[in-house]
Design a protein around this ligand. Structure first.
Ligand code: PGA
Length: 252
């Protein structure tokens, strides 16, 4: 089975002090949940504090984005090399980045390649809008995002794919576990198999979109779902740990 992963996407929340406190709270409960990689993704400015806070524990750190170039005149951007030593994971192609910051499949693909080259584990996010779902275009959109995001990639070690239907993010309208499994075990896994053959079955697939302590176990009960990418529920140590515990219990 692929690695179980529960990642908290803190988005543009938490000051440095709040981030350190939240990370410490997660560290306190992490030892009780073996078998699930817990990944905290704070804003860039808190990566160092969170990385300090998790030292000596099994809790891992991720960034929420990065540029694909090594350095240069890219005001406001952060390069892969700058993240080395601060985190092990990086969320790439989150729908908020695609929708509000004009990220394209091409730039996301460049980022996935740059992350791997820098030894960072990419969490590639894909997902359809409500309009695309209602227009029965979801499968094509999602398989297209997977294919384009992973074009030219041959090494799948460390690669994680997160399915986040845009209509489910931050809305409380989570996709049903059946819908998520249909997309993840169907469209996403089949696309990954067509790209990577048997190695596809070792890639962790995360669900994201209004995942919480109450529904996390239902997702993880699906064979093709190996954890979650959690937004709102990741902003409290207790609820984040509850999500992870529910994933662990469902897979036990
Ligand atoms: P949410 O966000 O859990 O608040 O819906 C998930 C995400 O955007 O990664």
């Amino acid at each position: 089975m692929p690695d179980l992963v529960v990642a908290g996407n803190w988005k543009m929340n938490t000051t440095v002090a709040e981030a350190a406190t939240l990370a410490a709270g997660v560290v306190d409960g992490a030892a009780a949940i073996p078998g699930v990689a817990l990944v905290l993704c704070p804003p860039f400015v808190s990566l160092a504090a969170v990385s300090d806070a998790v030292k000596g524990s099994a809790v891992k750190v991720g960034a929420q984005n990065m540029h694909f170039q090594d350095s240069g005149a890219f005001t406001g951007e952060v390069s892969p090399g700058m993240l080395q030593g601060l985190c092990d994971y990086v969320i790439l192609g989150h729908s908020e980045r695609r929708q509000m910051f004009a990220e394209t499949d091409e730039s996301v693909n460049s980022k996935v390649k740059a992350a791997q080259a820098a030894g960072l584990k990419p969490i590639l996010c894909v997902g359809e809008t409500l309009e695309e779902r209602e227009g029965e275009k979801a499968s094509d959109v999602i398989s297209g995002q997977v294919r384009a995001g992973l074009e030219g990639i041959s090494d799948t070690s460390g690669l994680i794919v997160a399915y986040e239907p845009i209509w489910a993010i931050g809305t409380g309208q989570a996709a049903t576990p059946e819908t998520a499994a249909e997309v993840m075990g169907g469209v996403i896994l089949e696309t990954l198999r067509s790209l990577f053959a048997a190695a596809a079955d070792d890639i962790s697939l995360l669900y994201g979109g209004s995942m919480n302590a109450a529904n996390a176990g239902d997702y993880a009960a699906q064979d093709c779902i190996h954890g979650g990418l959690v937004g709102g529920a990741g902003l409290q140590a207790e609820s984040f740990l509850q999500v992870a515990a529910a994933v662990a219990a469902a897979k036990a």
